[in-house]
Design a binder for this molecule. Structure first.
Ligand code: G4P
Length: 286
């Protein structure tokens, strides 16, 4: 199953990000901790140029905690400032201001030497769709947030959100890249819901999810659906059989009788996307 998705509005978003970056001091790239490589837009390095960089490993509560810290180290070793966050509960969010300040320290000192004092830092929050950018911003900004209005050179409607007196955040729409070079990347992005289900055969996607999850988390299916012990599944007939078992357990029957695999597929995807199969990480640091 080869998935490609780059809707037209993303070309516009890319242009908006390129233009807005000129106004920003730092880029906060929000990633999904379950797939910290595949949820990174490879175009971002080029777009961000020499700006300071912060990586937010978001949804860390949904990822396997045995791997989260290894990913923090992986990106720190690559020279990024890194925050592990769960934007839904707010965990890790308090560190963000400090990390942004640290990432911009050199720039602040340069400003000071030029006599520019107390200018707020401007941070762009970027990421692919559904990684939790809006939730992250809302968690960071809390009730005290205030829109600071449009900035010169930025089209109307763009949202600057004030964080205290010295940081302003710019929210940006989700941006993917024009072509996924390997099939696995497209699949993982579809698993986490970053690609519209409208362009996907969700039953095929669920079968792919079974292959992927059963590799390292074979117990997840029994724990969720009570279908008995499962080993790694690598044959299509076994994956189909598992979907049928899920259908039976969940009472999904076709009109003429027999398990409704298509409905079971939707249940499985929804369970994975909402962490009901447990905390699962699908990529590991080299
Ligand atoms: P986006 O702007 O990047 O597109 O993502 P958005 O904030 O809309 O978040 C997408 C979904 O991910 C939302 O769930 C949101 O609640 C959830 N989410 C964001 N960050 C985290 C996190 O750190 N941990 C967990 N567990 N969930 C997170 P939703 O089901 O679409 O909406 P809702 O019903 O939760 O409001």
């Amino acid at each position: 199953m080869n998935i490609q998705w780059y809707p037209g509005h993303m070309t516009k978003t890319k242009r908006m990000i390129t233009d807005s970056l000129k106004l920003c001091d730092v880029v906060c790239e929000v990633l999904d901790s379950r797939i910290p490589i595949s949820s990174r837009n490879p175009d971002m390095d080029k777009l961000a140029g020499s700006k300071s960089r912060v990586i937010v490993l978001n949804k860390s509560d949904m990822a396997d905690d045995r791997h989260n810290d290894a990913w923090v180290k992986y990106y720190e070793d690559k020279g990024f400032y890194v925050v592990k966050a769960d934007s839904k509960s707010g965990s890790g969010i308090r560190q963000v201001k400090d990390v942004v300040n640290k990432a911009c320290e050199a720039k602040r000192q340069r400003d000071q030497r030029k006599g520019i004092l107390n200018r707020p830092l401007r941070a762009m929050v970027a990421g692919i769709p559904n990684v939790g950018k809006s939730t992250f911003i809302n968690s960071l900004a809390g009730k005290a947030s205030a829109k600071t209005g449009n900035k010169p050179g930025v089209t109307r409607g763009k949202q600057w959100i004030k964080l205290g007196n010295n940081i302003e955040l710019l929210d940006t729409p989700g941006l993917l890249w024009p072509k996924f070079t390997d099939i696995e990347t497209g699949l993982k992005l579809a698993f986490i819901g970053s690609i519209s289900d409208d362009i996907i055969n969700t039953t095929e996607l669920a079968l792919e999810l079974i292959f992927t999850v059963s590799k390292n988390y074979p117990d997840a299916f029994d724990q969720r659906y009570g279908i008995g012990e499962i080993k790694e599944i690598d044959k299509i007939e076994n994956a189909v059989q598992l979907l049928e078992q899920i259908a039976e357990k969940r009472g999904c029957l076709k009109k003429g009788g027999g398990p409704d695999k298509d409905r079971a597929a939707l249940i499985l995807l929804d369970d994975f996307r909402n962490c009901r199969l447990g905390r699962i990480t699908l990529e590991y640091p080299e």
